[in-house]
Design a protein around this ligand. Structure first.
Ligand code: PEP
Ligand code: MN
Length: 259
């Protein structure tokens, strides 16, 4: 069992399962309103949305920056949801902290040690995504930088690793969940969207995430997935997302996981 965190009166871990959902990138007020309403309706806890985006190409959409964070916060507050958004560099910590409840470290930054050290001084919980080539030891040591700095609330997020299999964006390592239980008390959530890159695979793998008794799921959703400005192929529609949640709840009830 993992530790139980109380983040703004929302419990995570030790049997309390979180649904974290939202768009890859915050795009507009209308988009965020529809998504936040859907997450709340599904019983989710956290609204995600990137505003400072780590894109592979500098020519791709880079996110709305501070105005995106404001849209994320506004939509989440209206529906009583917590928020998470990525911080790419130490200089972004103060501004992102002004708007969100949880700071996300992306896969590409898992071993950005100066960023991790600065996050150790933050009072906000940190969602630490696994580097796409990181071993369990490297991932846990990255978490240790934040914990060692004095910040006790780190959430691990498995998001797929790079393997020899080219058909999918990444390979989802679900063994990470039960294996890391033997090594750490930190809550572990799983992101099947970035792990597969294909929206059709997200429902089945989300069920598997409940089955391995992870502490939560992070899923990318959008009212019009094909028009998403980033990661369209892996983004679920609001309808597909809302249809999935009752299945996860039913599965959770059999396994003693409170979805
Ligand atoms: C994200 O969750 O927005 C993201 C960029 O994911 P990752 O860092 O896992 O690629
Ligand atoms: Mn994405």
């Amino acid at each position: 069992m993992s530790a139980c965190y109380n983040i703004q009166n929302r419990l995570l871990g030790d049997g309390h399962f979180w649904i974290v959902a939202g768009p890859c990138s915050v795009e507009s007020a209308e988009q965020m309103e529809r998504i936040a309403q859907s997450v709340a309706r599904a019983g989710g806890q956290v609204l995600r949305g990137g505003a400072f985006k780590p894109r592979t190409s500098p020519h791709d959409f880079q996110g709305l920056g501070v105005s995106g964070l404001a849209l994320l916060k506004e939509a989440a507050e209206k529906y009583g949801l917590l928020t998470v958004s990525e911080v790419m560099g130490s200089e972004e910590i103060p501004v992102v902290s002004d708007f969100v409840d949880i700071l996300q470290v992306g896969s590409r930054n898992m071993q950005n040690f100066s960023l991790l050290k600065q996050l150790g001084k933050s009072r906000k919980p940190v969602l630490l995504k696994r580097g796409f080539s990181a071993t369990y030891h490297e991932w846990l040591m990255a978490a240790e930088y934040i914990l060692e700095g004095g910040n006790p609330e780190v959430i691990l997020c498995e998001r797929g690793i790079r393997t020899f299999e080219p058909s999918l964006r990444n390979t989802l390592d679900l063994a990470a969940v039960p294996y890391l239980r033997t090594l750490t008390h930190l809550p572990i959530i799983v992101d099947p969207s970035h792990a597969t890159g294909l929206r059709t695979l997200v429902p089945a793998l989300s069920q598997a995430v409940v089955a391995v008794k992870a502490d939560g799921l992070m899923i990318e959703i959008h009212p019009d997935p094909d028009s998403s400005l980033s990661d369209a192929a892996q983004t679920l529609s609001l309808e597909a997302f809302e249809a999935l949640i009752p299945v996860l709840k039913k599965l959770g009830s059999v396994l003693g996981v409170k979805v």
